[in-house]
Write a protein that binds this ligand. Structure first.
Ligand SMILES: Cc1cc2nc3c(=O)[nH]c(=O)nc-3n(C[C@H](O)[C@H](O)[C@H](O)COP(=O)(O)OP(=O)(O)OC[C@H]3O[C@@H](n4cnc5c(N)ncnc54)[C@H](O)[C@@H]3O)c2cc1C
Ligand SMILES: NC(=O)C1=CN([C@@H]2O[C@H](COP(=O)(O)OP(=O)(O)OC[C@H]3O[C@@H](n4cnc5c(N)ncnc54)[C@H](OP(=O)(O)O)[C@@H]3O)[C@@H](O)[C@H]2O)C=CC1
Ligand SMILES: CC(C)=CCC[C@@H](C)[C@H]1CC[C@@]2(C)C3=C(CC[C@]12C)[C@@]1(C)CC[C@H](O)C(C)(C)[C@@H]1CC3
Length: 524
């Protein structure tokens, strides 16, 4: 790692021509490998896990197996304590499975606690409106299980392989956030194995048998990235849902209209879902949605998740080009996973012809390749190329600062589409900085794609973006590259509760500090 002030050379000056050619060829023809090898592997992989999950579900073995699985984790921690706490701990989840461009380098130096058996949905409590799940349960698994029962999670982050553990210990955001907040705000309690091996229940509301400290732990877990304890189960709210989302697309032709429309729709209590896609500094589409039982006779049903349907963002762009408000009815599961098929818009660089009708009709059902498999098989030259030219960032800023944020991103990287996802941020303790005493609307500004600006420097440009975000009381999502120093990091996040919990629960010599897990130096 270089020093903070180090100036980077123009990216291409440092790279030998032969390497650049190799990178280019591999990048251009990655689709051959993906289409002819990865997609077939994908099918086998998916089939294996659906059969396995079906058997577990039918045998109803999961709830019975849970305490045995927790005991296995407690035993590992007891052994680690007995052996003198020589190294700090993390989960043994392999790096290629994690939903980030990076692999966690820090895991090599740490004691890896095996939590990978915790993959099951434990119980649904319709009366109290909750579901209890193990942390490796994925969003795809949960929507498949809950929707046929007429229930859903209030916030369903859209990529199928995102896990409950990752979303709680990191952060999860989705278009229902304007009503329900972040994923963490929909949770009721966490079951956590602490550094001393004890199992603690940390709940939002203090139960009769529960100490106030454990309640504080509830607020400390989100964003802590597994540095307070190991999550072994979470109880999450569920809400009744309907089979369709009535979705209206509102094209906007100036930055002002876009931001004002997004704000107005976010403040409109009738909307269950609000999201925006900016296609340039001055054009975009705001989408507002609500649950619907039955599309009316003349209503347009659009099952956007079907294999032959175009990528969702291209559908939205076509509506912008037509410049008219469109309303359609989308099956709920298709809506939730609307960005999965095109991995937002990342798939266009991996399978450039993936939106061609012939590809969609004949091979679309096998697509997209799993992100984890793509990651596992990514050759080093492609990684280098992404490293130098690709931006993957989500910045969470107050909605009132959105026009500023779009201008800053446009000046620095000029990548479109930009994902705009408003959410409500309550004033509550924890690592998130917001102590106004009232709810504030924030917006996730998600920028994913190749930057063509000649003066782009990954480190310096990102540091400028981070500085802007700190200046408006925003935060960066930590699956992405963060180039902040430790001091800057704790300027962005609130360390008070976190540090107190780290001392209280004996975490200091048990888990690394969160900064040492998420900073660029800790990840490859
Ligand atoms: C994208 C993805 C989605 C998945 N979804 C599901 C799903 O929905 N349902 C499901 O049941 N499974 C799912 N799995 C599988 C699950 O996450 C684990 O990979 C699997 O349970 C362990 O398989 P393995 O023995 O091959 O582990 P390996 O990959 O060989 O091991 C990974 C790590 O876990 C440790 N480990 C292996 N076995 C144990 C054990 N018994 N106890 C403690 N530690 C152990 C290993 O030492 C290693 O450190 C999914 C996997 C992937 C990649
Ligand atoms: N729409 C959205 O909101 C999206 C969110 N994301 C991001 O992706 C990440 C989730 O990805 P995913 O692959 O599921 O998770 P990861 O494996 O990336 O885990 C994220 C962090 O949570 C910790 N963690 C995970 N499970 C546990 C557990 N059981 N106990 C303690 N700590 C745990 C991990 O610790 P350790 O390092 O020890 O394994 C890691 O630091 C989140 O950070 C999220 O912000 C990405 C795309 C979309
Ligand atoms: C808050 C929200 C909605 C975040 C969305 C983030 C996604 C767009 C990110 C998460 C993981 C991610 C970084 C990833 C990639 C693209 C952008 C993703 C999907 C890809 C698929 C790009 C191509 C790369 O070769 C590789 C396969 C390593 C990565 C894997 C992770």
């Amino acid at each position: 790692m270089g020093s903070e002030t180090q100036t980077q050379l123009p990216v291409t000056e440092k790279i030998p021509v032969i390497e650049r050619v190799l990178e280019y060829v591999l990048f251009k023809f990655r689709w051959v490998f993906v289409v002819f090898f990865l997609l077939p592997v994908n099918i086998v992989y998916e089939a294996y896990f659906s059969v396995r999950n079906w058997i577990v579900f039918k045998l109803n073995s999961a709830p019975k197996a849970h305490s045995r699985k927790v005991a296995v984790i407690q035993k590992q921690i007891a052994d680690w304590n007995k052996n003198g706490r020589t190294r700090k701990m993390c989960t043994a989840r392999p790096g290629w499975l994690t939903m980030s461009f990076r692999t966690p380098k820090y895991k090599q130096q740490l004691e890896q606690i095996k939590t990978n058996q915790l993959v099951d949905i434990l119980e649904i409590d319709k009366e109290n409106g909750t579901v209890r799940v193990e942390p490796m349960v994925s969003m795809g698994q949960l929507t498949k299980y809950l929707l046929p029962l007429g229930y859903t999670l209030p916030v369903v982050p859209e990529l199928d392989d995102l896990t409950v553990g990752g979303l709680i210990n990191g952060c999860g955001v989705e278009s229902s956030g304007r009503k329900y907040g972040l994923f963490q705000h929909t949770c009721v309690s966490y079951e956590v194995v602490m550094a001393d091996g004890s199992l603690v229940v940390a709940s939002k509301d203090k139960a009769a048998d529960q100490s106030a400290e454990n309640q504080a732990l509830f607020y400390g877990i989100p964003w802590s990235h597994g540095t307070l304890g190991f999550l072994v189960a979470a109880t999450i709210r569920i809400i009744p849902c309907k089979p369709y989302v009535q979705l209206s697309y509102v094209p906007c032709n100036s930055l002002e209209t876009l931001t004002k429309t997004l704000e107005a729709e976010s403040n409109n209590r009738e909307n269950e879902f609000v999201e925006g896609l900016a296609f340039s500094k001055s054009t975009g589409v705001v989408m507002r949605g609500k649950f619907s039982d039955n599309p009316p006779k003349n209503g347009v049903i659009n099952a956007i998740g079907r294999w032959y349907k175009p990528w969702f963002f291209t559908h939205v762009k076509a509506i912008l080009d037509r410049n008219e408000i469109v309303t359609e009815y989308i099956p709920l599961r298709d809506y939730y996973h609307r960005h999965s098929k095109s991995i937002f818009w990342e798939i266009q660089e991996i399978i450039p012809f993936g939106n061609n009708w012939a590809f969609r009709y004949f091979v679309g059902w096998a697509s997209p390749p799993k992100i984890s498999l793509l990651k596992l098989t990514m050759p080093k030259p492609i990684k280098n190329l992404y490293e130098r030219h690709h931006v993957l960032q989500d910045m969470l800023v107050p909605l009132s600062q959105l026009d500023q944020a779009i201008k800053v991103f446009d000046r620095e990287v000029e990548i479109y589409p930009v994902w705009l996802c408003p959410y409500n941020l309550p004033s509550a303790p924890g690592m998130l900085r917001q102590r106004s005493g009232r709810n504030i609307l924030y917006v996730d500004v998600g920028v994913y794609g190749t930057v063509t600006k000649p003066d782009y420097r990954p480190r310096e440009t990102t540091r400028r973006l981070e500085k802007f975000v700190r200046s408006v009381e925003g935060v960066q999502m930590l699956y992405a590259d963060t180039y902040m120093t430790r001091a800057e990091f704790w300027e962005m996040f609130d360390s008070s509760l976190y540090e107190w919990l780290r001392v209280k629960y004996g975490c200091k010599d048990a888990f690394p500090d969160v900064y040492d897990k998420v900073s660029k130096a800790a990840r490859d």
